[in-house]
Design a protein around this ligand. Sequence first.
Ligand code: GLC
Length: 745
Amino acid sequence: MKLFFYKTYLVLILLLCFFAIQTSVSQIKTDNQNPTVFIQNITPEKIEDNIEKILKNLTLEEKVAMCHAQSKFSTKGVPRLGIPEIWMSDGPHGVRAEISWDSWDYAGWTNDSITAFPALTCLAASFNPELSSQYGFSLGEEARYRKKDVLLGPGVNIYRTPMNGRNFEYMGEDPFLASTMVVPYIKGIQKNGVAACVKHFVLNNQEHWRDIINVEISDRALYEIYLPAFKAAVKEAGVWSLMGSYNKVRGQYACHNEMLNKILKTDWGFDGVVISDWSGAHTTRESALYGLDLEMGTGTDGLGTTTENHYQYYYLANPFLEALKKSEISESVVDDKVRRILRLMYRTNMNPNRPFGRMNNREHHDVARKIGVEGIVLLKNENNFFPIKDEKNITIAIIGENATRSMTAGGGSSELKPKFEVSPLEGLKQRYKNATLIHTMGYESGPSAYDKVISGKLNADSLKVKAVEFAKKADIVLFVGGLTKSHHQDSEGDDRLQYELPFGQVELLSEIQKVNKNIGMLLVTGNAVDMSWSGKVKGILQTWYLGSIAGHAIADVVSGDVNPSGKLPFSFPKKLEDNAAHSFGKLSYPGDGVNQYYKEDIFVGYRWHDTKKIAAQYAFGYGLSYTNFSLSNIKTDKNYYSENDLITISCDVNNTGSIDGAEVVQVYVGKPKSKVKRALKELKGFKKVHVNKEQSSSVSIKIPVSSLTFYDETISDWNLEKGEYIVYVGNTSNNISKKINITID
Ligand code: GLC
C-alpha cells in the first residue's frame, strides 16, 4: 500500500514539474513570438511594473551597455528583447544634420534639411510663453519626423557676461523670464513623444575653459539665479532628460556631481535621465555614484585599430561592468540608471501612441516667423526712422556682410542645415517692390585676430569705398552688421575677444554717416555689444539670429507690416566694465584657468545695474514700439498679504498711438530694509498684451507671495521675510510707471 502512495506522489511531482517547465517555456515562446511584450497596451501605471519585469530579464552586460553611447549620438538597446536604441540630436533651434556614426563629420544625408527656428534669445525677447509652446511643439514635430528620441535642448544657462560665446542659445539674464519661457517649450517638444534635454546643468556661463574651470559660488546665488530655470524644467515642465555641463562646481565635475543626487533627484524628484555633455564624464566611480545615467561622447571617436569599437572603454562601459562584477559598486546603482533610461523609452521610442511628426511644413515656417517678429527689439527710432515705406522714388542702400551671411551655419553644436534660409537682403528685396534697393558688403568678417579684428581677404578699402559710394546715392542706408557665429564670436567653444563690434564696422559707419545721415542699423547678434556708435544712426533694430525666415521677419518689422514688441532679455552695458562679472577682476571672469569666483553673487544683469546705479545703454526688458503705450490705473488687490496669498496686480494698457501693437507689462518686487542683501528689484511677473490703436486693455498679473522668498543660507532653505515690500510696475526694468508699497505679515 505504502509503495502505491509513493508512486502516486512521485507521478504528481513529475506532472507538476512538467507543467511548470511547459508554462515557462510557453512564456518564453510567447515572448519570442511576441517580442514587443513590453510595449503593448501600456498604461502609465503599468510602465513601472514593466520596467521591473524588463530589469529582471536583463543580463548585467545588457544593463551596462544601456548606460553609454554606442555611437556619436545613439545608445544601445537590447536587441534580444526588442528594446530599441535611443537616438539623440542637437539642438535647441532645430534638428541638426545627421552626424556620422563615429566622428563629428556630417553624414552627408540628403533628407535631413529642416526648419531653423530663431535662436532662444529671440524667443526669450518675445516675452510670450504661448509662442514658446508653439516653438517647442513645432521643433518637437521635426525631431520626431527625423526619428530622434531626445532633442538636446533647450539651454537655459544665465547670461552672466556679454563675452559668453553661447549666450545666443540661452534665455537671458533673469531666472524668472528663463523659467517662464522654458516650461512651454519643453512641454511642446515632449507632446511629440520626444524627450527634451534641458542643459547645461549648471553654471556653464562662459565657453572659455568650459571643460576645466571650477566655479565657486554662494548657495544663495546658485539657488536664486542659476538653478530656477532648471527647477522649472523639472518640476513644472516634467522634462524627461537633462544634460550635465563640462565645468566643475565646487570642485566636482558637473556631469557627476553631488548636486545631481541631492538637488536634482532627491529635492526636485527628477525621474528622468541625466546625460553627460559630450566627454563630460571623467571617472567610472564618480559617473556611477554621482548621478550620471548616460555617458555620451567620451574621448574616443569609436574608431581604433581593432574592429571592436572603443565605446566599451567608456567609464560606464567595461570598467563599470568590472566594478559591478567585483561588487565594488552595487548592482542597485546600474539598476537605477536603467530604470530611468527605460522610463525615458516608454515616454519616447517605446510609446506606441506617439505621433509621427512633420517637417518643413508651412505651419513651422509661420511659427518661426511669428517668433522672429515678436522677438525683434526696436532699440532706437529717432524721428520715426522706422518703419520705412516702400515708395517708388526712394533708394535704399543695404550695406553689411550680415545682409547675406548665413546665420544658421556656425555657432557650434546648435548649427543647422535648413531647407532654406531667407537672408535679410532677400527678405527686404521681396518686400520692397517699389523702392530701389542696392547692396554692397561694406566689410568682410575675415579671421578673428587676437586683438582688434581686421577685415579678411578682400580689400577692406575697396569695400569701404563702394559702401560710401552707394550710401551717397541712396536716400536711406540700412546697415546690416553685428557679429558672426564663428570662433570667438557668437559660438560654442570659446568666448568673444572684444565687446566692440568687429571687422571695422564702426569705422565704416562713420564714413557712411559723412555722406548720408539716414542710417538704420539692423544688429544681427546674440549678445550685447558696445553701442558707442549709436549716435551715428537714427534707428536700431536688434534682430538676433532668426533662422530660416530671417529675411521675412526683418522685412515685416522694417516695413511696418508688423509693429515690433520685443523686449531685451539681457542688459546692454555701456562698457564691459559696467557688467557685474567684469567688475571683480580676472578671478571673477574668466577665472585663473582652474577656479572662478562668481563674486557678483546674486547681482547679475539689471540686478547689478539697478542696485549699483550704473545706467545700462539699454536695460533688461527694454524695447520700443511704432506706437505709444501708457500704463494707468495700476493697483494691487490688497496692501496686506499673508504667505499663502496671491498678489494680484492690475493695470490698463493704453495704446495712445495710431498703430496696433503689443506691450509687455513687467512687475518687479523689492524689499527695502531687508535683513539680507538684496537687489533693488527682481522680475516676478510679466504679461504681453496686444492692444489696437487708440484702444485700452486691462491686464491682471498674479504673483504668489511664496515667490518672494529668498534662499536663506543659515537654514539652507527658502525663507519668506515679513514686512514691507515694493511692487514696481512698468514696461522696462528702468521705466517704472508706479511703485506700490505692500506688507507681508
Ligand atoms: C556639445 C555641447 C552640447 C551638445 C553636445 C552634443 O559639446 O556642449 O550642448 O548638445 O556637445 O553636440
